[in-house]
Ligand binder design. Structure first.
Ligand SMILES: NC(=O)c1ccc[n+]([C@@H]2O[C@H](COP(=O)([O-])OP(=O)(O)OC[C@H]3O[C@@H](n4cnc5c(N)ncnc54)[C@H](O)[C@@H]3O)[C@@H](O)[C@H]2O)c1
Length: 339
């Protein structure tokens, strides 16, 4: 099978390339390389690599592709707020255009990486795919509008599917420590302190980044009539946690670390506990390989192996917002100087 992944050099995309290559699929990666130099371990290369903006992909480049897995995005809430216009341009307009040209090129399946953060300020707990959406950021709003725009393109030949992913955690060769569980473990490991920026009460569904990649693979193999145009929460009912529960699990691994509530962000308005019954119903054989405890243990071992330091934790390399901000500043300076 020929698969094109956008964002194949990201936190989730690097796992996805490896899983597809293991299966023997032909993989084309398209990535702008925004986080060039940020890799933690070496990456598995796709068969073909297009280092470019996915918004510039042509019909020719999509010819003979069976499935597009669209992950490239301004990929979290704070990054989305950094430049709202860019967020809508990439996550919304760019994504719909990519789906349109994929359809014109004859691509049969289009798997879109959406997010449970579109439930935002959850009105009640145990949200399913029919629950109201309450986005509290440009990022979440862009994902909702993209889902709606792409859904309109579905027909008997074109199968879009929307993966509403839980918040990811865990090891990836393109590590991120700006995700809640990785952040709490990183701060405990490097500072002997578990710093919680909210009041610790918000609920989050969590999933290992490799399990998100596994869900993409499973949805590529599922019969089209089962999944066509479905929005599907990706995660597990047992993997919903309050931030303070995550802190407790981190403390079990590093008992000397103190839990400190910094109150920096006040009460986080995003609060969502999510149900995954539809995923179980549509893909009865799909199970997560990780729970949070297993994923934290694995990352803890990796931190030890890499001597992960306070400088690593406080630096730019593993925090997408900091790297993106630097890149955007560079672009503005270049523009100002006519470069
Ligand atoms: N990580 C999570 O917790 C999480 C949760 C839910 C949904 N998602 C979604 O999954 C997807 C992947 O997330 P991630 O954590 O791997 O993000 P990431 O930031 O690690 O990777 C995104 C990749 O996309 C690339 N990219 C960005 N804009 C591009 C463009 N215009 N053209 C080509 N490449 C571009 C970047 O260079 C990067 O390699 C995103 O759509 C994100 O919104 C992530």
């Amino acid at each position: 099978m020929k698969v094109l992944i956008t964002g194949h050099k990201g936190y989730i995309g690097t796992h996805l390339v490896e899983l597809l290559k293991q299966r023997g699929d032909y993989v084309i990666g398209c990535d702008l390389n925004l986080f060039d130099g940020c890799q933690w371990e070496s990456l598995v290369s796709p068969d073909e690599e297009l280092i470019k903006d996915f918004r510039q992909l042509t019909i020719d480049e999509l010819k003979d592709v069976d499935c597009v897995m669209h992950l490239a995005a301004i990929s979290n809430d704070p990054m989305g707020d950094l430049d709202e216009e860019l967020t809508y341009d990439v996550n919304l307009h760019g994504s719909i255009k990519l789906a349109e040209i994929s359809k014109r090129a004859g691509v049969k399946r289009f798997l879109y990486s959406s997010s449970c953060s579109i439930y935002g300020k959850g009105e009640h707990l145990d949200l399913d795919e029919n629950s109201p959406l309450n986005p509290v950021s440009a990022y979440a709003a862009s994902k909702i509008e993209a889902e709606r725009g792409i859904a309109k393109l579905a027909d008997e030949k074109f199968t879009p599917v929307f993966l509403r992913n839980s918040t990811a955690y865990g090891f990836s060769p393109m590590l991120r420590i700006d995700l809640v569980a990785n952040n709490l473990l990183g701060s405990a490991f490097t500072k002997n302190e578990i710093r919680i920026m909210s009041d610790g009460t918000p609920w989050r569904p969590l999933i290992h980044c490799r399990d998100i990649a596994r869900a993409f693979v499973a949805l590529n193999l599922a019969p089209a009539e089962v999944i066509k145009n479905k929005q599907i929460n990706i995660g597990d009912n047992k993997e919903n946690y309050q931030v303070r529960n995550i802190a407790d699990m981190v403390q079990e691994l590093i008992p000397s670390a103190d839990v400190r509530y910094t109150g920096e962000v006040g009460a986080d308005p995003r609060n969502y506990r999510v149900k995954f019954d539809l995923l179980n119903q549509l893909l009865p054989d799909f199970r997560l390989e990780y729970d949070l405890k297993k994923g934290l243990n694995e990352l803890f071992d990796k931190f030890k192996q890499h001597n992960f330091s306070e400088a690593d934790f406080d630096g730019d390399k593993f925090v997408r917002l900091r790297t993106l901000r630097k890149r955007l500043q560079l672009l503005v300076t270049e523009k100002k100087h006519g470069l």
